[in-house]
Design a protein around this ligand. Structure first.
Ligand code: GTP
Ligand code: MG
Length: 221
């Protein structure tokens, strides 16, 4: 996913409302918020590597919600599409996905990030301890990060999804089924996906234990 993937197919409508300029500035602010979170997480990962010889983060992905998705979500919420309404009502325009190597890395990363004085947690959905009915697992945080502009400071919401490689593997397939013309997922497929989600839960737990045994043995030698 690219940070700067911002086509503006409905820019003319916004222009007619006289808010195109404000919309573009807002997009730049959301991109800045993604950069801030990305940098903070990279620094944490590098410190971990230096200190414990372990990278909690496997990789990260970023996305800025497309104008079409923003419009769709606003319509769903029954709200008029104005820059102000968007700013006040959508907290997932800036998105960061953190893919971790091991299960315990998820809480570790979340807790370290939330310790930063300039980060404010506004929502936490723990779909790991309480998975969704379909089997979806991930830790979701919505945080506010301050962006220092020439004339003011803005608190910008960023949605952070933290999950293991295995959880990400599952979510990608489930997303594909849901959104790529398979809107009517059969009960059979649903059951098989749920079964995969349960297998992945066991796999993540077992991998965590093996990793701990290997690293403890390393320390003993
Ligand atoms: P949205 O309106 O979809 O943003 O949901 P929400 O505001 O209720 O938040 P939630 O934390 O449930 O989901 C936010 C995002 O997490 C979604 O946009 C997806 O990217 C991801 N997500 C949530 N549930 C699922 C799921 O069941 N399957 C997959 N593949 N992704 C999910
Ligand atoms: Mg969303």
């Amino acid at each position: 996913m690219q940070i700067n993937s911002t086509e503006l197919p409905f820019s003319e409508d916004l222009d007619m409302n006289g808010s195109l300029k404000e919309f573009l500035l807002q997009q730049q602010i959301y991109r800045a918020a993604i950069k801030e979170i990305k940098t903070k997480l990279e620094i944490l990962d590098e410190e971990f590597q230096a200190r414990y010889d372990h990278n909690p983060i496997h990789h990260m992905e970023y996305r800025l919600k497309s104008p079409q998705s923003i419009a769709g979500k606003m319509q769903k919420k029954g709200l008029e599409i104005t820059a102000e309404n968007i700013r006040k009502n959508l907290t997932d325009i800036a998105g960061v996905r953190v893919i971790c190597n091991y299960l315990h890395d998820i809480d570790r990363i979340a807790n370290l990030l939330l310790r930063h004085d300039d980060i404010t947690l506004i929502r936490k959905n723990d779909y790991i301890n309480e998975p969704k009915k379909n089997g979806y697992r991930s830790l979701h945080l919505i945080v506010l990060v301050p962006i220092f502009l020439a004339e003011r400071t803005e608190s910008v919401p960023v949605e952070i999804q933290i999950r293991t490689i295995a959880m990400d593997f599952w979510a990608s397939l489930e997303h594909q089924l849901k959104y790529k013309g398979h809107s009517d997922i059969s009960e059979g497929l649903r059951e098989r996906l749920k079964y995969c989600a349960e297998s992945i839960t066991r796999l993540d737990e077992e991998m965590q234990m093996i990793y701990e045994e290997i690293t403890t043995n390393d320390c003993d030698q």
